[in-house]
Design a binder for this molecule. Structure first.
Ligand code: GMT
Length: 374
């Protein structure tokens, strides 16, 4: 197949899933064309079947807000036409699904039929999409897609609950490349960070409010009162400054390190004992899956689609959003020397169920179904 993938090229979960999917499809022999405004972060891999088309956004003094959606739609028209694409797969509804709709209509006037698959990732529905400033366009463009997928059952339900969506939504869960996300031998790194055998706790996110990174720091502070521990915070975002202030206030700075946006997050996860994801909302929780693949158990909230990934008392524990006391108690249970090895083993076993080798055929079958309807 000749597939166009449209996504955000950033560290965010939707961009990561789209890029990893494209790479896996290319390895299977499909031709994959990424269409986005800069090279996707995880697209550092060379394969003869991978192509990248940059959307150029022209600035003009009249434009207070350069119209990205129009530039994207025009680029889609160009790539579909000249690269002879069979299908467009857009990740994250805003503005990708509506730009795809526009491209599809333009191409139809030229006698070219291009099916569009939209994958819903989470905040495009649960936070941003619901907003009245986007809702009518989001609803319309989801309904106009030829196929729609969501990354969890919870996100599917949320979409039907909050939007007048009549289209069938098929759940295809997120996946993991176990060749990359596995426990790497990085013990020297662990010794450097935890010279006295401290337990190592890790959180990775985009430091947005929804991630509740302040809860991570508060949980850590309580754990540290009981056992020696260190915390690594991977990622960056709008809450970073206030998190730094909180560390100072709680006097935990010596035991916390901010690592920023790391490419090789699997190397840090390889030496972690516990991953913490206390999010307010999470449609799937890809960062937790990455941790589990590296044999790291998870303390999380029970928000959104997280219960579809983290198994209570097996791969970690879930608590109500904001219940720091319960999360601390559960973290100490996992970190107990009699329990840790079992939780680690269980985390890996669960991650294996989301192996890309199991999930990729679901996308390929879905594409086939959509193309048959053409
Ligand atoms: O979590 C974010 O803020 C980033 C966001 C995105 O769209 O890039 O992540 C969403 O998509 C991921 C991949 O499907 C999911 O694993 C995340 O759970 C989801 N985030 C939220 O629902 C908050």
């Amino acid at each position: 197949m000749n597939i166009g993938i449209v996504c955000y090229p950033t560290f965010g979960g939707s961009g990561v899933v789209a890029t990893e999917l494209g790479i896996a499809l290319a390895k299977e022999g499909h031709k994959v064309h990424f269409i986005t405004y800069s090279q996707p972060t995880r697209l550092s891999f060379f394969n003869e079947n991978l192509y990248y088309h940059e959307v150029e956004i022209r600035a003009y003094p009249l434009f207070a807000y350069p119209p990205y959606e129009l530039a994207l739609a025009s680029k889609m028209v160009d790539v579909v036409k000249y690269e002879k694409l069979d299908l467009l797969h857009v990740h994250y509804a805003i503005p990708h699904a509506s730009a795809a709709y526009m491209a599809k209509q333009i191409l139809a006037t030229q006698g070219i039929q291009i099916p569009v698959v939209t994958t819903l990732h989470g905040t495009d529905i649960t936070l941003v999409g619901k907003d009245a400033s986007y809702e009518p366009v989001v609803t319309f463009s989801i309904n106009q897609s030829d196929g729609v997928t969501a990354v969890s059952d919870d996100l599917r339900k949320d979409t039907y609950e909050h939007f007048a969506v009549t289209k069938d939504i098929v759940v295809i869960p997120n996946f993991i490349d176990l060749d990359r996300f596995k426990k790497h031998p990085k013990e020297h790194f662990k010794t450097a960070i935890c010279p006295n055998g401290e337990k190592l706790i890790v959180h990775t996110s985009n430091f947005r409010k929804v991630k509740r990174v302040d809860d991570v720091v508060r949980i850590f502070e309580k754990i540290r009162q009981v056992i020696p521990a260190k915390l690594l915070l991977v990622g960056d975002g709008p809450e970073r400054k206030s998190i730094e202030s909180l560390c100072r206030e709680l006097k935990t700075c010596d035991d916390i390190r901010f690592l920023g946006k790391l490419e090789a997050v699997e190397e840090v996860l390889s030496v972690a004992d516990l991953f913490v994801m206390p999010s307010e909302k999470e449609s799937f929780g890809l960062a937790a899956l990455e941790a589990m693949a590296c044999e790291v158990p998870v303390i999380s909230s029970n928000a959104g689609g997280i219960p579809e990934l983290n198994i209570q008392g097996v791969t970690g524990f879930m608590s109500n959003v904001g219940d720091i006391e319960d999360m601390t108690k559960n973290a100490l249970t996992i970190l107990d020397k009699d329990n840790l090895a079992t939780f680690k083993k269980n985390a890996l076993a669960r991650a294996r169920e989301f192996d890309i080798k199991n999930i990729l055929p679901k996308y390929e079958d879905f594409y086939d179904q959509i193309l048959e309807q053409k």
